[in-house]
Design a protein around this ligand. Structure first.
Ligand code: FES
Length: 122
């Protein structure tokens, strides 16, 4: 049976920030990105590192010209990642999938904002 747990008032989670909360013996990272909230267990599927304590950064993409030659690298601002601080695995904030292998993913929780507060469903 699922249970909704109050995390914090909505206005305490600013754009582009992460708040790690302990609910019982589970740590969950609550991320606000482009206005939406995302919730993931703070355990990296690689070796158990505190993934939600990592930095957020966009996907880096190579720019290749018409001749197939490398031009430069750009940040892809619409594909934001969180980077595990232990070994650098990157996960898409919008889905929790690893940046390269979508079969590797963070444990995701449903999250809602209601009445000026943020709730996570366990
Ligand atoms: S534990 Fe997260 S990248 Fe290794």
């Amino acid at each position: 049976m699922s249970e909704q747990v109050l995390v914090c008032p909505s206005d305490e989670l600013k754009e582009g920030t992460v708040r790690v909360v302990a609910i019982g013996d589970v740590e969950i990272g609550i991320i606000r990105h482009k206005g939406a909230c995302h919730a993931y267990r703070n355990v990296c599927p690689h070796q158990g590192g505190p993934v939600c304590d990592g930095k957020m950064m966009p996907q880096v993409e190579d720019v290749i010209d018409a001749n197939g030659l490398f031009v430069c690298q750009n940040f892809k601002e619409d594909d934001m990642h969180i980077v595990c601080p232990w070994h650098g695995y990157e996960f898409k904030i919008s889905t929790g999938e690893h940046a390269v292998d979508p079969n590797v993913r963070l444990k995701r929780y449903d999250i809602t904002e209601r009445g000026g507060n943020i709730y996570v469903t366990l």
